[in-house]
Design a protein. Structure first.
Length: 122
């Protein structure tokens, strides 16, 4: 005979609901963390690519003694996602030029850029 007030083995409905609520909250948080990590990895990759392209353009420009000018364009390939703007100015010394390169990417209101600067000498 079973005594009154004695609990049978197993979980109550309330315990199951609380466990499901904790599990679902944890899964949502894990999803958000993973989503942010993937987004950060993509952004980091774009920054690295832009810095590499800008450095290549800066090195190409500073290996010679460029004329004072301003130009812009897009890097070929990569779906034309990266644009550049290069400004060559006269430096304080007559045998030197200041070279500024800006690489931009993104669309609409969310455009990002990397700027690099260097000196070209005779």
């Amino acid at each position: 005979m079973r005594e009154r007030g004695c609990r049978s083995e197993g979980f109550t409905l309330l315990e199951v609901l609380v466990a499901l609520a904790i599990l679902s909250t944890t899964l949502i948080l894990v999803y958000r963390v993973m989503s942010e990590a993937l987004s950060a990895e993509e952004r980091s990759e774009r920054w690295t690519t832009a810095a590499y392209l800008g450095e290549a353009l800066l090195r190409e420009t500073t290996t010679t003694f460029p004329e004072v000018s301003e130009s812009e364009g897009r890097f070929p390939g990569m779906d034309n996602a990266y644009a550049w703007k290069k400004t060559v100015k006269q430096a304080m010394h007559p045998d030197a030029r200041e070279v500024d390169v800006a690489v931009t990417w993104g669309e609409g209101d969310h455009e990002e850029s990397v700027s690099l600067a260097g000196i070209a000498v005779k």
